[in-house]
Design a protein around this ligand. Sequence first.
Ligand code: 5GP
Length: 179
Amino acid sequence: MKTQVADLTFELSIPYASIEKRVGEIAGQISSDYSGRIPVMVGILSGSFLFVADLVKQIETPIEVTFAKLASYYGGTSTTRKIRDDFDLTIDIKGRDIILVEDIVDTGNTMHYLIEKLKVREPASITVCSLLLKPDALERTIPELKYTGFEIANEFVVGYGLDYKELGRNLKGIFKKVE
Ligand code: 5GP
């Protein structure tokens, strides 16, 4: 299935049914890993909004949910290396178990930056949950990355929250750019 987003053409890569199944598995894992604790899930906006929504619906233990804004892409299809620092997490996370939720880990620079920034606030623990991971693009290891939905090739994707020029977030599955 092909679809047009702004000036680019994309084709279906991961159908929604597969996402749903995998999200259910991750939710189960989180529920058992955090049993007896009340973690704080921090969704990184805007890309993670659908993933967080689907995930928390299936988590069976008490969990707090909040969002923070941070972005490194400026409407293009490759990483800019500049992280726009408008990270605005206002809650007190000292002594709390944090689960950072991202749409995608590409070079890993954003996640590394974010983790370092959060560590200063002395949380009890930080783990990362990313829907997608591009292993071939990773420039640094992220030991905190405990939950990954799907590993994908080094290709540009949209859909299920991820955008191209702010469009395509509403596509139900993950779509990859047609070369
Ligand atoms: P990193 O710092 O790991 O290189 O980049 C992470 C951020 O870049 C993600 O949160 C996401 O906003 C953006 N990004 C990386 N790869 C893609 C992609 O294939 N599609 C879209 N839409 N955004 C991406």
